[in-house]
Design a protein. Structure first.
Length: 145
């Protein structure tokens, strides 16, 4: 089954856990706790999100993380590319290194037609909408403890 990476799923959770109000910072440890992501793993994910310009980190006393844009302007495609790379989904569907237009694999024509549909869906799905997935399976750790 084709899916985005677990790291990208964690990135969506992490971004969803960051306060949407730009002046309020969120601590990485609070994101790790709320989203149930191991801290070392989260650190790598946050680094990629920062490199992509999706978040800003402030170190030191009163430090934390903030979204660089409102959640309704951050697409899942941006998050996928930040975590899985700009060429995500560009390779052969079956992962065959020799697959090309000249030497297509059995899934080549299917993937040529399907890939743009998936990309369009990821472009249209924004973080504010994806945040609701936490209620449908990617549950945050309970706020109550």
């Amino acid at each position: 089954m084709l899916s985005i990476s677990q790291s990208t799923g964690y990135a969506v959770l992490a971004l969803s856990a960051i306060h949407a109000e730009s002046e309020k910072l969120t601590m990485a440890r609070d994101i790790a706790e709320k989203a149930n992501i191991p801290r070392p793993y989260l650190t790598k994910i946050l680094g990629r999100l920062q490199e992509a310009g999706l978040i800003t980190a402030k170190r030191g006393l009163n430090g934390g993380l903030r979204l660089n844009r409102p959640p309704e302007t951050i697409s899942l495609l941006e998050i996928v590319k930040a975590i899985d790379g700009k060429d995500w989904g560009c390779g052969c569907f079956l992962g065959l290194p020799g697959c090309s237009n000249e030497h297509p694999c059995p899934m080549h024509s299917f993937w040529l037609k399907t890939r743009p549909v998936i990309v369009k869906q990821l472009e249209n799905m924004t973080l504010d909408k994806a945040k609701h997935f936490t209620e449908a399976g990617w549950k945050f750790r309970s706020e109550e403890g």
